[in-house]
Write a protein that binds this ligand. Sequence first.
Ligand code: MRU
Length: 354
Amino acid sequence: MVKTIELVDGVVRMLDQTKLPREVVYVDCKDYLMVARGIKDLWIRGAPAIGIAASMGIAIGAAEIMTDSYDEFIKGLETVYQTLLATRPTAVNIQWAVNRTRKLLEARKEDSVDTLKSFLTQEANRVLEQDIEINKTIGKWGAQFIKDGDTIITHCNAGSLATGGYGTATGPIRVAVEQGKNIQVIADETRPVLQGCRLTSWELMQDNIPVTLITDNTAGALLRKGEITLAIVGTDRTVSNGDVANKIGTYSLAVLCRENNVPFYVAAPLSSIDFSIPTGDLIPIEERGPEEVTSIFGCRIAPEGVKVRNIAFDVTPAKYVTGIITEKGVFRPEDLHKLNEEGADLESIMLKAE
Ligand code: MRU
């Protein structure tokens, strides 16, 4: 499995995903501003992966703050946080990384700044390692819903490239394959940035998982013919009522799945769940520049001067979601908020395969 990101000797090394699959090139980000640029320009993308990049950016940003005073260190970090938070608004994982760091540092006021700097580096590496473990757990919970012979559609890339490794939506797929189930994956190409075409099909092929690439418009036709039996997608931010923000086109796919009685699952690590927002209407949705739509790899395909809307994510209402696969188990969207309640009996509300 290819490495998405690592922190080595104060440098954040990320795979430049804009060049895949034509070239496998790593970029060394020597300061936090370059990490922020890498997130904004999609060298690294996918909600958990940008959360990890943010944790690493914080660690190398912290190393640049020259002070012995705890208060000045915390003040200096605020600039790092705000720069990283300004990169991409929809995925909650950058906010998650910032909140986590704030909380950890709050409890370490007695430590020297040097100690805190090394601590943040260790923490960033921990976030990466934990992410891989979480994806494997998501995989185990989710695989129960995959039957031998299933054909599973996925949208965008919620695979190892979008995470520290293993993937969220690809987690159950990988476990099902490990369990010896004979399955097929259908990857939506995912216009305009083509994450399904360039990334999902590439990484699954590398791991010998049978995958077929389709244009986004083909999903409906295959669902109607009964050629797709299950959908699993990732999420950038799932909120308290179970509404799911994910790559543009996810909503259309979910509606098509419902119309054709195909179960639609969302793989969501807790780091991508925002319990502070009650409904999906309040999720900030990123709009990106027109060039992603008007050109492909620098080649213009649209008429000069055409008006463009490039909305990067959409919100799938909870009513279209069969289950949300987390590291704590699989839940109906309407029960998701209970994960945030102390003492909730999760075992009793967990979805289990028949
Ligand atoms: O714009 P991107 O490529 O960052 O969008 C990524 C997605 O929409 C993924 O499905 C989502 O982040 C989940 S990744 C495990």
